[in-house]
Each structure stands twice: as C-alpha cells, then as structure tokens.
Design a binder for this molecule. Structure first.
Ligand SMILES: [Zn+2]
Length: 478
C-alpha cells in the first residue's frame, strides 16, 4: 500500500510523492510567542512531529522548518484590525515585546524537549527576516499584486485568480450577504496587509513606505521559500490557520514566484476539552504547563494529544489523560520485561517463529494504518494487540526472541515517541551567566543586584537554592 495524505487543497486523499527523492520539504506554522502554549497548540505541533517521524520510519529524509511568529500577528487578523498580539501582551504584562517573545519562545522550546518532540532543522524568527519580507513586498508591488496606501501596503486579492481555493473563501463568498465596512485606505475591503505603517509600534523597522512592521502572512511565505525553496512538499498548521493565513500565503507566494507553493496542505483539527471548544471564558482552557504542574506525566499528555486521527476532533478529558498514562505504562513495562529477559540470557537460540511473525504482522498493520492518512488511532490498536500478545507469552520467551520483539517495539515507538525518561532541562548560556553574576554580586555584598537576578531567574522558571556548598538551581514548571 502506498502512503496517502488528505490534501486540504484538493479535498481528497492523494498518494504522497515528494518533489525530490532525496528529501521531503516540510513547513509547519509555529507558535505566536505571546502567551503560554496551550494543549490545543501542542496537538498541532505533535501532529507535525508524528508526521515527520512517520516519514522517517518510511525511509524518507526530511527537512523541517517551523517558524516563530514574534511580530505582526494581529488579534483579529480576519478583518485586519486589532493589535499586534505581542504588543498587546507586552502592554498587559508591563514588559517590552522583545522580552515577551523571548520568555514565551523559551517556554515553547522547553516544552518541545519535555514532550519529546524531535527538533526541526530550523526555527526561524519573523523579526530576523524583515529585510527579506520588504524585498518580497517590493516584488509584489512591482508585479501589480500589491499597492501602497496611507496605512501601509496591501495585497490586492482580486488580482490573484485562485484566491479562495484552499478555504472556499473566494472574494464573492466573502462579500455575499455581508456588510463589510469600507476602508478608505484599501481599494477593496478584503485586501490584507503586507506592511503596516506605525511609527508608534515598539517593534518597528524602516521600509521604503515608512516605519512599521510586517503582516503575519508574509513572514511564512518568505521564510518557507528561503529555507525550503519555492515549492514545498508539505505545509501544516491547525485548521484555524486555513483562512486567512494559509489562503493568503498561497496568494503571496504564487504571485511572487509564479510557481505552485505547496503540494500537500495538511491541517490538524481543533482540540475539544470536555466536549466543547477550549476557551478561557468557558473555564476549560489549559496550558501545557498547567497540566504538567498538576503532576501528570508529559509522556501521558503526549500520548493523549497524538492518539486520535489528526483530522478528527480530539476530546481532552482528565480521564483520558489517566488512561493515556496507563497506555504509556504498558509500553514501558513491556520494554523493561524484554530487556530483563535479554540481560538474563536465560534461553538462547534464534528468535522463534512466533516472535518473528508477531513482529512482522504488527509492523505491516501499523504501516498500513499510518499509510492511510496517518490513521494513528487504528495503528495504536494494533500496537496494543501486539503488547497484549507478547505479555501473554512472556514467561516462555527466550532472549533472542525478546531481542526481536524489543526491536519491533522500539521501531513502533520511533513514531509514537512515548517511551522515554524524564527529559532534563539544561540552563541556557545566558542563565548560566546570570547565576555567575549573582555569585559575584553576593561576594561583593551587593544584595540588591543579587536579588534582582534571583527574581529574573525565577521569572524564567529557575529556582535558586543557596547552601554552604554554593548555589544550586532547580527548574520549576510554574
Ligand atoms: Zn504561518
């Protein structure tokens, strides 16, 4: 059976054929770093992780890029009004937006480690690519797809004939039956911002049109092309990214480069909590840290978030989290039992026929299910049938059979990624420097400087413990 993915663009299952035999080019829309990542965000990131791991299981090499949005994501991007999310968070927390971006991107990377997400090849930041965005916008103006107005630069969506093909939101359907407020700065109220003029914005850059900042959509068009080329194999995101974000990325990239932008669009559906959409006002909103700080293991959370088909609504419940913990235990216990048999070398001989056929059978069924648009729910069913069957025969398994079965279990887990110990968090070089500076300040008796550094580290989740043997540190997830 061949690998098939559901392509949001064609709205059908398609056989996956990468453009190049050597490497699959994958772009994932990453986090907007203005708040603590919530479990819904991580459903999407874990889907991207399973996709990459499965392609590697199939023998593909991958090049995966995930962006960090640290400027320009407006709070109401569908109507191009609202405030930059970074600046809004900065105002609320009385910090500058650069500090907000640093704080939440550090948290994001920490959670990737804790949840055993394989690292992407690169995590480019929007703020490091503003010059490239300005160049792309100039090219769009030159080609007649963009125009300068009193508020900035806008993309002329009616000029791009395929606008709406991904989401179904064609210009006609967007205006049908709705009263869309006119904006004297826009030729068409549907046009979206490529560059917003705002000399008061804290994160601002000079441009040929005046000081301001880039729109959210242009960053992904620019960074994906820079690191992966003009045509990507796979672009992923959450379903809420389909419109306007991905629709606008297509318009910008294809009109700029004159080539197909993405061959397979894949979107993870929303996470529900207790059966309804997660929202702060409904009281069913959880950040990843909140869950982990309640004592739940990251392995269990990882398992729960990846255990449903990515195109179905996954319903998060605490019962589900408990049973995910038991499922992870089953995998880990089997690994321990098989390792125990191998270390004793009680019975030798070749792997017996039963171990070989059990291994082959689970691998074939796992692959068949995953080939079918990553049907992980079905694939996991076969994995646990295998675990049950091996456990029933555990007392009669010899060491060579155990080696074979362990190899199979670990191969399956190369995709699931739930058999792992606690990930230790390391200090960043900057945090190490702060601890040294504080030691120096204490030696000099400058306790106000030392307290300031202690508070700063506490804010970053590092707790300092002073003892007569020196200062030790502990990472807290709060
Ligand atoms: Zn994006």
């Amino acid at each position: 059976m061949s690998l098939k993915f559901y392509n949001t663009y064609s709205k059908s299952l398609e056989e996956f054929k990468p453009l190049s035999k050597d490497v699959v080019a994958i772009y994932n829309c990453g986090p907007t770093v203005y708040d603590h990542p919530h479990i819904g965000n991580f459903r999407s990131f874990l889907f991207a992780d399973v996709l990459k791991r499965y392609l590697e299981f199939k023998g593909y090499k991958t090049r995966q890029i995930m962006n960090i949005t640290d400027v320009g994501h407006l709070t109401m991007d569908d109507v191009e009004q609202g405030e930059d999310k970074l600046e809004a968070a900065a105002r609320k927390q009385k910090l500058d937006p650069w500090a907000i971006a640093k704080m939440y991107s550090d948290e994001f990377f920490e959670l990737l480690t804790v949840l055993n997400v394989k690292k992407a090849d690169l995590y480019p930041r929007a703020t490091d690519h503003v010059q490239e965005m300005i160049k792309a916008i100039e090219k769009l103006i030159e080609k007649g797809y963009a125009y300068v107005s009193g508020e900035g630069v806008y993309y002329r969506i009616r000029k791009f004939k395929d606008y709406g093909k991904l989401s179904g939101n064609t210009p006609e359907s967007l205006v049908a039956g709705k009263r869309i407020p006119k904006n004297p700065n826009k030729e068409d109220p549907l046009d979206f911002a490529l560059w917003k003029l705002d000399p008061k914005h804290i994160m601002k850059w000079p441009s040929p049109w005046g000081e301001g900042f880039p729109g959210w959509h242009i960053e992904c068009s620019v960074m994906s092309v820079k690191y992966l080329g003009e045509t990507l194999d796979i672009h992923t995101g959450g379903e809420d990214n389909i419109f306007p974000h991905h629709e606008s990325e297509i318009a910008q990239s294809e009109s700029c480069n004159g080539k197909q932008f993405v061959r397979y669009w894949m979107h993870a559906r929303h996470l529900l909590v207790g059966g309804s959409k997660m929202s702060k006002s409904a009281g069913n909103f959880y950040t990843v840290k909140q869950i982990l700080n309640q004592g739940y293991r990251p392995q269990a959370l990882r398992f729960l978030l990846l255990s449903a088909h990515y195109r179905s609504n996954l319903n998060f419940t605490f019962d589900g989290l408990e049973s995910s913990g038991s499922a992870v235990d089953k995998l880990v216990n089997l690994k321990d039992s098989l390792e125990g048999i191998i270390s004793k070398k009680s019975k030798g001989g070749d792997a017996n026929q039963q171990a070989i056929s059990l291994s082959n059978s689970v691998l074939v069924k796992f692959e068949e299910s995953m080939d079918d648009d990553l049907n992980i729910a079905k694939a996991l069913g076969y994995v646990f049938d295998f675990v049950g069957e091996v456990n029933r025969n555990i007392s009669s398994i010899g060491s060579d059979s155990a080696s074979k079965l362990l190899e199979t279990l670990l191969k399956l887990d190369s995709v699931i990624g739930c058999i792992y110990g606690d990930k230790t968090i390391e200090l960043t070089p900057e945090q190490e420097r702060l601890i040294r500076d504080r030691e120096d300040a204490r030696k000099k008796g400058d306790f106000s400087a030392s307290d300031k550094i202690r508070d700063e580290l506490k804010r970053q989740g590092i707790q300092l413990i002073d003892s007569k043997d020196g200062t030790k540190w502990k990472k807290s997830l709060c």
